[in-house]
Design a protein around this ligand. Sequence first.
Ligand SMILES: Nc1ncnc2c1ncn2[C@@H]1O[C@H](COP(=O)(O)OP(=O)(O)OP(=O)(O)O)[C@@H](O)[C@H]1O
Length: 266
Amino acid sequence: MKEREVLLSGRQLTKVFGYGPNKTTAISDVSFDFHEGEIVSIVGESGSGKTTLAKMLMGLLKQTSGTIEYKGKPRRLNRYADRRAYWKDIQAIFQDPFASFNLFHRVEKLLTDCIKLQGLQLSPEMQVRKMKEACSFVNLKYEELYNKYPFELSGGQMQRLMIARIFMLRPKVLIADEPTSMVDACSRSTILDMLLKLRDENKMTIIFITHDVGLAYYVSDTLLIMEKGRVVESGDAERIILNPQHSYTIQLINDVPKIHSAWNLG
Ligand SMILES: Nc1ncnc2c1ncn2[C@@H]1O[C@H](COP(=O)(O)OP(=O)(O)OP(=O)(O)O)[C@@H](O)[C@H]1O
């Protein structure tokens, strides 16, 4: 198989919050290479630094030390034009879909904004066609939703709408921070399958942030296991799950509920 191109990489990244006695080292000496079309999960318990790392990758937080490279060059976000170009390529969906949308904008505006962000000049008919296509990709009906406000939608509909926006924006990298937290198991696997389909169609790199090692194994090519701000193990997902090397990884795997033994009360 042809070696995939490295798209986003980090070298010795460290992030320290606060000073003196209030100092917290959220990320400590973390390095990685994320490839084009790769699905990688960043897995760890609460407080292990996953969201901090995701925010640094997004360019929403500046690292205390270390470097981030995008497409083989040091990432620069000082100028507005640089940030705009970067955010065209890198998009995120977060745990709480209600926090991700402007609650005063109707669904139609939330979707037309994606067309504007891409800098496309389309006729009104073409715009509606694109929005309908994006909604049907995530099994939503545009006609039923376009006039609604986010608070008139269910959590699951909102999460689907977030994915419809990604379908329209077609970023090179998607950072998905627990994107299935608000839906039942059935919708959850549908959402994951939609993300996998987007990866296959667009060669999108997906960075999944989760505490659920079972879910990470289901969706990922590679894993980055984090404990207290450090990467304790990384590499091929199957290899890590079948043959974990670090005690923390073993503990995470053992903590996954076992369906059969759960009923063994004897
Ligand atoms: N803005 C901040 N100021 C100070 N400390 C912070 C800040 N953001 C995060 N931290 C600390 O950094 C550490 C890592 O937090 P982070 O949110 O990255 O963890 P996480 O793995 O995403 O957790 P969760 O799964 O609960 O979201 C924690 O100890 C947290 O208290």
